[in-house]
Design a protein around this ligand. Structure first.
Ligand code: APR
Ligand code: PHB
Length: 389
């Protein structure tokens, strides 16, 4: 065998898996299509569940996160000017960490460099074969040359558009999907956050989210129709729209400034089952997508890494393959619960085009109930801070 585990994709799932496996003495090769600079230029989520925080610490990459991350004890959900505080700390005893996916990825690359693991960039035309044989094989082109690696297992960490999921025969895959009729327009701006915690805002003008990366860098979003283009949104237009969607009290404190990044992302819920096919395991966005409303995308990728790494270490260090056999069912249990939460948060906070007046009342009533019921708050908090592994 050329290596023990070939990992396809060098995003957060692939890099964290490589990190955890190498620390356990397992040899890996990561195959990434893009350059490192490109992977690091993608602006993604920014909220880590405490389970993710602990996983990163255990993987030896917690130092910068602990120094620079912002622990948050709660968040706000709002209906017009009504602000409902969800106090994670009081309700669950736990909290979340604000630390950007870009920073996590940078820390992972630095740790991989320090350990001297193999991460190949510019890899094209990946073909996965022999998943039901004694050894799997992965062929690919890098720097113009075709190469093949044999291995015990293949980890598909290549995101929603990757090749790994599609290697499972279509007839053996079941896909579940919901596409939402709107997107999120997001901006990054070097300004101080409008509030000390995140604000998920439901308003008569649509949804907005006030998030942050650090005390002088904000990430703000507004819900937009899918037909909108980034070019339609000048900074001025963004600030005007954002300001009227957040509560007046927060709007009064809003500091605006030039955007340093602006993009539109569609919202989708997606799960492909099973997560394991012979010697192939799927992790992260390769197997599932959540709408960003519950901040679950990166955290779900990390719980997959937890389950998959346990299974791979048991198989490759003491020949016990029960974990591999159980991986799909074990990971899917948690995935479906996060799917439900992300869908519920999305439904509770967004305006759906063409909706009737009843739908808006249901959103208002859900938030009113949340404001008055500690039981409802506890349910939200328990899901937001992350269900146990
Ligand atoms: N060959 C090699 N690499 C590939 C291929 C391929 N055919 N297809 C995709 N890739 C690479 C992409 O370039 C990307 O760097 O796989 C990586 C997948 O990374 P992500 O899409 O970030 O997926 P994942 O690592 O599972 O991260 C989970 O959490 O916040 C969410 O969606 C967000 O990216 C985030 C995710
Ligand atoms: C972000 O900071 O980008 C972010 C935070 C919370 C979410 C989604 C995105 O729910």
């Amino acid at each position: 065998m050329d290596t023990q585990v070939v990992i396809i994709g060098g995003g957060p799932s692939g890099l964290l898996l490589s990190q955890v496996l190498n620390r356990a003495g397992i040899a890996t090769v990561v195959l990434e299509r893009s350059s490192r600079a490109h992977v690091l230029s993608r602006i993604r989520a920014g909220v880590l569940e405490w389970g993710s925080v602990e996983l990163l610490r255990e993987a030896g990459i917690g130092a910068r996160m602990d120094a620079q991350g912002l622990p948050h004890d709660g968040t706000y959900l709002t209906d017009g000017d009504r602000m409902v505080h969800i106090d994670f700390k009081a309700l669950t005893g736990r909290r979340v960490m604000i630390y950007g996916q870009t920073e996590v990825t940078e820390d992972l690359y630095a740790a991989q460099d320090a350990m001297g693991t193999t991460v190949l960039h510019g890899v094209e035309d990946v073909v996965i074969e022999d998943l039901d044989a004694a050894q799997a094989s992965v062929s690919f082109t890098v720097e113009g040359a075709r190469r093949t690696l044999t291995c015990a297992y293949v980890a598909g960490c290549d995101g929603f558009h990757g090749v790994s999921r599609k290697t499972i025969p279509e007839a053996k895959r079941q896909e579940f999907e919901r596409v939402y009729p709107f997107g999120w327009l997001g901006i990054l701006s070097r300004t101080p956050p409008v509030h000390d915690e995140l604000i998920y805002a439901n308003s008569e003008h649509g949804f907005a989210l006030a998030s942050m990366r650090n005390p002088n860098l904000v990430r703000y979003y507004v819900q937009v129709p899918l037909s909108d283009k980034v070019e339609d949104w000048s900074d001025d237009r963004f600030w005007t729209e954002f300001k009227r969607r957040i509560p007046a009290q927060a709007a009064a404190a809003l500091v605006t400034g030039p955007s340093i990044e602006k993009s539109i992302a569609p919202l989708r819920s997606f799960v492909s089952e099973p997560l394991r096919w012979g010697r192939l395991l799927l992790l992260g966005d390769a197997a599932h997508i959540v709408p960003p409303t519950g901040a679950k995308g990166l955290n779900l990728a990390f719980s997959d890494v937890h389950y998959a790494s346990e299974a791979l270490i048991a198989a490759l260090t003491h020949g016990s393959t029960a974990g591999i056999d159980g991986y799909s069912a074990r990971a899917l249990q948690r995935i479906w619960k996060a799917m439900r939460f992300s869908w519920q948060m999305t439904t509770m906070l967004h305006q759906f085009e063409g909706e009737d007046s009843f739908a808006a009342q249901m959103r208002r009533a859900t938030l009113a109930h949340l404001a008055d019921s500690e039981t409802a708050q506890k349910d939200l908090a328990e899901n937001y801070i992350g269900l146990p592994y």
